[in-house]
Design a protein around this ligand. Structure first.
Ligand code: PAF
Length: 273
């Protein structure tokens, strides 16, 4: 595995790869969820590139940019074992200049739900991901369904900007008790982790109700809110795959999303129905 930090070194290493390239952009602190992205990229492509970059432009003032977990050595080892060809680990000065040309997230999709709570967050995401796509020139890029809104925005970016690559959505990886894996789970105390289980339980309850034929969003929401009663819920949302709110679940076209705070930690999770 080649570990490169500069844009020049990445370009050189990329030029040597022949055949298809799967790309997995990350912010590090890699866990089983990232490994499942890398594994899928490995299965479907001749080569795999992973980036680790805690992207400052997608953090809002007061968010956890400084304390975001950084585990360089462990991450390197995980990538090596997972069969990654190139690991790109730039610093901010390699990625950004002054007064740049930038892309922005769509006004609707980028500013509802997560974008409403974190205004400008998705502008930072599309900005860095476009740069990373241009540098890595992947055949396919892999993103987790846990960050559903990010995934749909990036699919839109690829389609709107005619980018020559495929975005591959990958299922959320969960702990045995249902908690969705996230680099931010390390912030949770044992007691908070226990409380956080309400999020996946609420989604499971909704999924069971839908399985039993309940498609009415008001009734699903009421049942979910009962499970979430002990958490500080930011939203429980029911949308279609274009992220438009729905009143009735349409099978194969709906997503139920939750954002909630457990202590100081903000968690998101969802199910695609
Ligand atoms: O999902 C993430 O980890 C980040 O938003 C991404 C896609 C790596 C961009 O910084």
């Amino acid at each position: 595995m080649k570990v490169v930090r500069s844009v020049e070194a990445l370009k050189e290493a990329r030029a040597e790869l022949k055949g298809s390239v799967g790309f997995v952009p990350t912010m590090g602190a890699l866990h089983e969820g990232h490994v499942s992205l890398i594994r899928k990229a490995r299965e479907e492509n001749d080569h795999v590139i992973v980036s680790i970059f805690v992207n400052p432009t997608q953090f809002l003032p007061g968010e956890d940019l400084e304390k975001y977990p950084r585990k360089e050595e462990a991450d390197r080892r995980i990538c090596e074992l997972a069969g990654v060809d190139i690991l790109f680990m730039p610093d901010a000065s390699a990625m950004y200049g002054e007064d740049e040309v930038t892309v922005r997230a769509p006004k609707y999709l980028g500013y509802i739900l997560e974008g409403h709570r974190r205004p400008g967050h998705f502008d930072g995401v599309v900005r860095v991901v476009l740069k990373l796509f241009n540098l890595t020139r992947p055949t396919r890029a892999y993103f987790g369904k846990k960050d559903a809104q990010q995934l749909v925005i990036l699919q839109r970016m690829v389609s709107d900007l005619f980018l020559p690559l495929e975005i591959v959505p990958v299922e959320t990886v969960r702990e045995a008790d249902g908690l969705a894996l996230s680099s931010r789970n390390v912030y949770l105390s044992a007691e908070e982790r226990q409380k956080a289980l309400a999020i996946s339980k609420a989604l499971k309850r909704a999924s069971k109700m839908v399985g039993a034929g309940e498609l009415d969003v008001a009734r699903l929401k009421e049942a979910m809110e009962a499970v979430l009663a002990e958490l500080e819920v930011e939203y429980v949302a029911f949308v279609n795959r274009r992220f438009e709110p729905v009143e009735k679940i349409e099978i194969q076209n709906s997503i139920i999303l939750i954002a909630a705070r457990v202590g100081q930690t903000r968690l998101i999770d969802n199910i695609w129905l």
